[in-house]
Design a protein around this ligand. Structure first.
Ligand code: SF4
Ligand code: SF4
Length: 71
């Protein structure tokens, strides 16, 4: 099922296109603070841990995960 999941933390906005996500876990492994958990159709970001560095989105091989820093 294709679903766009949006998550906002204090510092960033994340958009996950679940139809492009194959659950590889690269985003989770790339996160220096272990703030992110991605399942088949969901994305969880621990707001307290996330530093809005963008490593998770850069590590995503399919482009399923995007991150935009918030102003
Ligand atoms: S932006 Fe950085 S700190 Fe936040 S979930 Fe992604 S990799 Fe982790
Ligand atoms: S790196 Fe991209 S494709 Fe892999 S689990 Fe994370 S969001 Fe999904």
């Amino acid at each position: 099922m294709s679903e766009i999941v949006e998550v906002e933390t204090r510092q960033a906005r994340f958009v996950l296109d679940s139809s492009e996500c194959d659950g590889c876990g690269e985003c989770m492994r790339a996160c220096p603070t272990r703030a992110i958990i991605v399942g088949e159709e969901y994305l969880e970001i621990d707001e307290e841990r996330c530093r809005a560095c963008g490593s998770c989105a850069r590590a995503c091989p399919t482009g399923a995960l995007r991150m935009e820093p918030r102003a």
